[in-house]
Design a protein around this ligand. Sequence first.
Ligand SMILES: NC(=O)c1ccc[n+]([C@@H]2O[C@H](COP(=O)([O-])OP(=O)(O)OC[C@H]3O[C@@H](n4cnc5c(N)ncnc54)[C@H](O)[C@@H]3O)[C@@H](O)[C@H]2O)c1
Length: 338
Amino acid sequence: MKREDIVVGIIGLVMGRHHLESALKCGVNVAAICDIDEAQLKKIGDEFGVPEEKRFTDYHDLLNNPEINVVLLVVPDQLHLTMTEEFLAAGKHVLCEKPLALTREELKGIIRATDASDKKFMVGQICHFTPAFIKAKELLDSGAIGELYYVESEYAHDYHWIMHGWRRDPNRHGVVGGGCHAVDLLRWFAGDPEEVFAYGTHKLLPMADYNDATIAVLKFPNKVIGKVFVSTGCKRNYTMRTLLYGTKGTIICDNKSDTMELYTVEEDGITVKKEPEIIPIEINHHNTGGEFEVFAESLINDTPVEMDARQGAKTVAACLAIVESSMTGVPVKPDYEF
Ligand SMILES: NC(=O)c1ccc[n+]([C@@H]2O[C@H](COP(=O)([O-])OP(=O)(O)OC[C@H]3O[C@@H](n4cnc5c(N)ncnc54)[C@H](O)[C@@H]3O)[C@@H](O)[C@H]2O)c1
């Protein structure tokens, strides 16, 4: 497929607004935008000059449009399964927002649908495209901090004003909905957690029926240990502060700063250098442009996607294990069989 042959439809236009902007910048043809909320459809359509005939309130109009070969699903998590099934069955490639889904049954359904299809499916775990995290992964893989032994990440994001509608679904626990970013990031750095243990508390979001703060400790392969903290009611700016500790150095970074720190050791291999290297970083914590470009490349070159349905499902499985542990008070081994 050539870039000019990619014809996109975008469904859901809140976060989807950023995807629309990215698709247009990426130089592909946007044939349709869709939102059941007419006011939102008009607002985004007008903002980006999308002609009236390309605006839809019913996603079935995109499903039945043979011109569209790629859809971006930017709708509530509860709709990811049905729409993925329908669009793959209609022969469209799919880029679906995170979290892949909210329950094991839905995860299995999406994997079944992707296995049965010859179209590409990618889940948008956006931290893989965040400049600081890309750099941290490069440094880690280059051996800059030696052998990894501890990783931690936090997802601190105040949901107070968006905590309504589908986000109040008890299945949409903060660890799954937003915390999946931190869990996915640590899976990227350290592999699939083998066991987790967690505590939770509930002091900030009275409108939610589940904990709004959770801390989990995790056991990764190769004797790496880790920690994830998720707070969806926190009174601070949004951040995903992330630390990687290795036998020869340490990386300290986040998704909102224009620098990151790299500690390394002297030639003796033991003494830590007095000052860390301060590495300048572009701030781009919702890099939908980088995400779409990588997906487009996999379509153009017919190569595997960055994160397939199984990867998305493993992240959610680890999140579900954290939620379970926080409720039962016992360690849980994530179930990665789908
Ligand atoms: N990657 C990220 O960092 C990130 C950030 C925010 C949200 N998300 C994910 O993106 C998705 C959407 O989140 P959001 O914040 O935009 O939610 P939102 O509720 O603010 O907006 C969803 C939009 O989808 C529309 N919609 C709902 N059902 C629809 C349907 N059947 N057909 C067409 N449109 C429909 C709604 O009218 C609304 O405009 C979720 O999966 C969410 O988890 C990801």
